[in-house]
Design a protein around this ligand. Sequence first.
Ligand code: GAL
Length: 448
Amino acid sequence: MLLLSALLTFILHASKVRGLDNGLAITPQMGWNTYNHFGCDISETSILNTAKAMVANNLTKLGYEYVLIDDCWQAPARDPNTGAPVANSDKFPRGIKALADDVHALGMKVGQLHVTISFGWLTSRGDPSQKFGIYSNAGKLTCGSRFGSLGHEEIDAKTYAEWGVDYLKYDNCYNEGQAGTPKLSFDRFAAMSYALNATGRPILYSVCNWGEDGPWNFAPTIANSWRISGDIMDNFGRFDERCPCTSALDCKLPGFNCAMARIIDFAAPLGQKARQGAWNDLDMLEIGNGGMTYDEYVSHFTFWSILKSPLILGNDITNMSPETLEIITNKAIIDINQDPAASPATRRWKRSVPGGDLSLWSGSLVNYRFIFALLNTSPKSQTVDIDFTDVFVDQGTVYQHQPYALSDLWQKDASGNWGKPLGTFQGSLSKVVIGSHQTKIWMAVPAP
Ligand code: GAL
């Protein structure tokens, strides 16, 4: 039975158009990364404790499979004889391979089933065990001023493969002026893509060039995902001069301290560029880091999911509040992110209200299911009528006028599962009250 379903998944995936043909990130990657919470203050112990906490909190079962080390793992210099990368021996006394082995073993130890079917480059997995990732930079130095990989792509990729690395986040600092045109950026990031492929080990390739030179146009054939903006800030909507652009298109200085709702704005036109194996990366999640309210983090998680961003947690997994755990484990929302249709939601309208705006988004899932969401970035509660001609604008008049069974995906049903049935609706959903900085999202299934 298992074998049959794995085979069917394989056939389904093999028939779809892909990005980088390494068989990875068929749906957006999920996991955890050190940077948003720990910055450079990382160690083997804190990473291993997090990996264990991911298993203990059932996060691996929900799909959060990658454990990712960000910047600052490096020794002061490469190996002077071989030129190979070396880890900081205070932070990683046993080296990176030993840590990768431990992380890999963890998933297996808890008795989870590992099924891998490989067919050339195409790999289909029913494997809930943990995977391990690392960070480097397409420049002379990393953003934290450790050694970068520019000009060292082959030896670095080879070393990562030997260490058992499954994922590389590849950054953009100190790039020696090799940016400013799509071709310059492409060549620099393609060099690592080819080096990773040449190792023969499937390594998910996550490009982090902050949207510079429009990676949604040049990265889909060389990377599994690409960042679209400067670094996220753990804040709902505050404008910060260090994130000066008003749109990701033609942004000349992506910067950092980009508030969460500003990144949603940046992402709005880019959904058309996402596809299986190739995703817009809205940056790592801030849920649980303390800078936003419950409603704001719900908005954050909902939009990262429906826009098909990788879902990479960035909080302290070993010390989470019940609210944080509740948000990041909402299976109805995760299922939208991981839906095989791979179709990001589209913004249908945006209307100014005092201090912010209201926006309506909708998208389709497999099996004739649809979702629509309402976001209120203003400081006051608002009452909104949602017209199904807007929700189903892509589907045409039959869909716009038929009845739908709706469920609210941030409420639970009688059995405690996310998605409370609201009844059948036709033509519109009227008088929706939406609080400040809140998102509401509904699943719509055609009703008889
Ligand atoms: C930034 C990157 C962040 C983080 C940081 C590490 O450029 O966007 O996500 O990786 O560097 O120094």
